[in-house]
Write a protein that binds this ligand. Structure first.
Ligand SMILES: Cc1ncc(COP(=O)(O)O)c(C=O)c1O
Length: 424
């Protein structure tokens, strides 16, 4: 049977789906394998988007495919809250053992990242009996109402969608390029306590250890220590949103392992289940048990196929030593990008942690964000078959999100394409 062409599908998409679901590529996926993706016209792309940090273990890893196929033959859905199953209990036990949480931990499963964030806030409020939440400028926490309220970027995520839930406050996230230091960020919280909210009304501070959509800004360790101290001082909870940073992306299973600071709650999703929809909140048992029975859950929460995939993801991460590989590939990429930055001052900064690396483009004369330059580089790379994603408050950074299982030859080929795209 003849497949429809990219242009035919593009026309049909525009007629059939709303523009609010913004779509980056004008070509349509046909199949994918590890770090490669083919469109309906047979063109191959090197996938440095990984479904927005979802397939850290590659497209269709054989272990994950097998685990899902086996589960498919047993049952696909019972609703965990009605008839539970062993695999979800064991997955919670595995995550509790892995997560950097102080003391005994428990995990609840959901479906999407935004849902994990929503539930982390519900749990924090139930535990503290307080309404307030402090989040950061540039943060991305999802597209649901609370997720949007916590998100620190107006366009496009919040445009036209208010009013938002109340009791959400934003402070600046440290960024050398934007002239915000850790002291500035911590002082902004102290200022909030003077001008906007009594700390006794604040349930939690939520942050991404490395901001994702916000531009791969890495939290300085002293910020984490400062936030932990503030939380302890005022009885607030520290929530690490690890939805994009988790499962090997930063060179550790969880990015918080880099900081020597333990959060009270961790949200996770994306690469947890290697392409199947699964999210979770892991936290201190006492905190996790605050909501009454029935207060947490969801029809598809802990979907059996996704849980089977997540077990395989954890096996693959350990057996293929993907955290070490993440560090190694990240170091190789950083080296190449730093060499490019020295030659091309339009690259203002190379930053990141492990394999969560970005470059930011700015006009060397004015220092202003240069999104047009980024788009040129992105277009050039795509012409050569490399799929790159943007990020950042001004859409002027490229984030590199290759599967950690990418083979060395393909990775080297991608680095050459990046170099040529920047040179051009
Ligand atoms: C840090 C972070 N939190 C939350 C979300 C929302 O996850 P989802 O799109 O699965 O709802 C994302 C998605 O990009 C994210 O990167």
């Amino acid at each position: 049977m003849n497949k429809p062409s990219n242009s035919e599908l593009q026309q049909r998409r525009l007629a059939a789906t709303p523009r609010g679901v913004g779509v980056m590529c004008g070509f349509y996926a046909d199949r994918a394998d590890n770090a490669s993706l083919w469109d309906v016209e047979g063109r191959e792309y090197i996938d440095f988007a990984a479904g927005i940090a979802v397939v850290n273990t590659g497209h269709r890893h054989p272990r994950i495919v097998r685990a899902v196929e086996e589960q498919l033959q047993r049952f696909t859905h019972t609703a965990y809250q009605i008839v539970p199953y062993e695999s979800a209990v064991v997955l919670a036990e595995r995550i509790n053992a892995l997560a950097p949480i102080e003391g005994p931990a428990k995990t609840a499963f959901f479906t999407t990242g935004a849902e994990a964030v929503e539930n982390a806030i519900k749990i924090a409020r139930a535990h503290t009996g307080r309404p307030g939440v402090i989040a950061f400028g540039g943060a991305f926490h999802g597209r649901t109402l609370m997720g949007m309220a916590l998100t620190g970027k107006v366009a496009p995520y919040k445009l036209g969608f208010g009013p938002f839930p109340s009791d959400v406050y934003h402070v600046p996230y440290p960024s050398a390029l934007q002239g915000v230091s850790t002291d500035d960020a911590l002082a902004a919280i102290e200022a909030l306590f003077k001008s906007d909210v009594d700390p006794q009304r604040v349930a939690a501070i939520i942050l991404e250890p490395v901001q994702g959509e916000g531009g791969f800004n890495v939290a300085p360790p002293e910020l984490m220590r400062g936030l932990r101290a503030l939380c302890d001082q005022h009885g607030m909870l520290l929530i690490a949103d690890e939805i994009q940073t988790g499962f090997g992306r930063t060179g550790k299973v969880f990015a918080m392992e880099h900081f020597g600071v333990k959060p009270d709650l961790i949200t996770m999703a994306k690469s947890l289940a290697g392409g199947l929809p699964l999210s979770g909140v892991c936290g201190r048992s006492q905190v996790m048990d605050a909501p009454a029975p029935g207060g947490l859950g969801g029809t598809y929460a802990a979907n059996p196929l996704a849980v089977a995939a997540a077990h395989a993801v954890l096996d693959v991460l350990a057996e293929e030593k993907l955290c070490e590989r993440s560090q190694r590939l990240g170091a190789l990429l950083t080296q190449r990008l730093e060499a490019l930055r020295e030659r091309f001052p339009v690259i203002a900064e190379v930053r990141g942690l492990g394999s969560m690396i970005a470059i930011e483009f700015r006009d060397p004369k004015t220092g202003k964000p240069d999104a047009a330059r980024l788009q040129q580089v992105q277009r050039k790379a795509l012409e050569e078959g490399l799929l790159l994603l943007s990020c950042g408050m001004y859409g002027n950074a490229i984030r590199f999100l290759y599967p950690l299982t990418i083979d060395d030859a393909l990775f080297a080929k991608a680095l050459d394409i990046i170099e040529r795209a920047v040179q051009d």
